[in-house]
Design a protein around this ligand. Structure first.
Ligand code: FAD
Length: 394
């Protein structure tokens, strides 16, 4: 098989890239190791930055999001028995869109297939060849056979555990990593969200987050040790813990059937550079953030805007210079987002074995942030997202 861009991974990064290339007449093939049903059911992120939602609209992927998504003008910080609303609209005139990542993926898959694009499901990339040359090849397994996809460029959009990043010789990349001594136990429940906007709660027993995917689906998380066994957490125990950590005067948590339960480890990770020869990495393949800042999906979209522009220049004008600039452009945003995600995480979680000093300092930090319009404005700017560069995106 041959194509112009071989894309590994049908997550938000790979699907959006294929869609944007198609709109400029550039051909691609996506290889995805899971089935269509699997990726369309996989529950992950749910908060889209202001400009990310605008970008999806601009490229014709926003119709269902506009109808079914929830526009949020703020979030709540709950600590020391108080709740402080961060008013995004008032502080920075921006908002976020709450719309499940699996819904975004459904919209993108449908758009791609309706446009006649190729997504090979249950096709696992197993080896990359000739990345230093002009016709790299992705070797993949599909239907029990090993096949080859030759392209001018390979886009590694295969997430943190994919093969693209691992195919780069170690001498050519540097990685930066920080692991956190806690994880999130998350549930998706058929229950009306107990708050119209997200609640980030810092509690003596650990962090809790109330989020949602729709007016009838709640997404809730509690901080737990990374070694937690989900079997030790029957539904009622989770609800009881959520009630304790989210408690506030007049607040009532509605319970409902738990339809999914998962454990997310928390990690910050960056690869530099995000390119090796004709392989370019985007999204989780190149970086991971702890989910507290709701940034993983948004950062993947931001990478893709730069990658798409680099590929327009290459295929339309034969200009390879944007490949050189690609990493630098992405990393400017990535490190700012890494900082924000780390900051939200460490401000709100309780670290096992922390000193009483740390406990009081953390409360002092929350008091300082919520008491300062300047600090709240900074939080709102980053939560709703740094501006995206929309040039050449039509
Ligand atoms: C369990 C979990 C929960 C999360 N929760 C949140 C959250 O609450 N909020 C938030 O902001 N972010 C969250 N994230 C992060 C967010 O979902 C990711 O940042 C986002 O999915 C990145 O998109 P991507 O396209 O780069 O990668 P992915 O969505 O991971 O897509 C990569 C795709 O590549 C495929 N693939 C991998 N290897 C191969 C191969 N060898 N061959 C072919 N295909 C391959 C995978 O099956 C996958 O479909 C979560 C992530 C996980 C894993």
């Amino acid at each position: 098989m041959q194509t112009q861009v071989a894309i590994i991974g049908a997550g938000p990064a790979g699907l959006l890239l294929a869609h944007m290339l198609h709109r400029r007449g550039i051909e691609s093939v996506i290889l995805e190791r899971h089935s269509r049903a699997y990726i369309e059911r996989r529950i992950r992120a749910g908060v889209m930055e202001h400009d990310v939602a605008a970008l999806l609209e601009r490229v014709g992927l926003g119709a269902r999001m506009r109808r079914e998504g929830l526009v949020h003008q703020g979030i709540n910080l709950r600590f020391a028995g108080r709740t402080v609303r961060v008013d995004f609209a008032g502080l920075v005139g921006r908002s976020v869109m709450v719309y499940g990542q699996h819904e975004v993926v459904k919209d993108m898959v449908r758009a791609r297939l309706e446009a006649g694009g190729t997504i090979l499901f249950e096709a696992e990339a197993v080896r990359l060849e000739g990345l230093e040359g002009e016709r790299p090849v992705v070797v993949f397994r599909h239907g029990g056979l090993e096949e080859r996809l030759e392209a001018a460029v390979v886009a590694g959009c295969d997430g943190f555990h994919g093969i693209a990043r691992r195919s780069i010789p170690a001498a050519h990349i540097t990685t930066f990593e920080r692991r956190y001594p806690y994880a999130w136990l998350g549930i998706l429940a058929e229950a009306r969200p107990a708050s119209e906007e997200l609640i980030y709660a810092r509690h003596e027993r650990g962090f809790a987050l109330l989020s949602m995917r729709s007016p009838t689906l709640s997404r809730l998380y509690i901080q737990v040790p990374p070694t937690t066994d989900l079997a030790d957490w029957p539904d009622e125990r989770i609800w009881d813990e959520l009630e304790l950590r989210l408690a506030a005067p007049g607040f009532h948590l509605e319970r409902g059937p738990v339809v999914q339960k998962d454990l997310t480890v928390m990690r910050s990770f960056v690869t530099e550079p995000m390119r090796y020869g004709r392989l370019l990495l985007a999204g989780d393949a190149a970086h991971i953030v702890p989910p507290t800042g709701a940034k993983g999906l948004n950062l993947a979209v931001a990478d893709v805007t730069h990658l798409a522009r680099a590929l327009f220049a290459f295929f339309e004008r034969g200009d390879e210079r944007p490949f050189e600039a690609y990493s630098r452009l992405c990393l400017q945003r990535i490190w700012q987002v890494q900082h924000f995600s780390w900051w939200m995480t460490t401000m709100l979680h309780r670290e096992e074995g922390a000193l009483p000093f740390d406990h009081h300092r953390q409360l002092g930090e929350l008091e300082a942030v919520t008491g300062s319009r300047a600090a709240l404005t900074w939080l709102a700017e980053h939560y709703t997202g740094l501006p995206l560069d929309f040039s050449e995106i039509a």
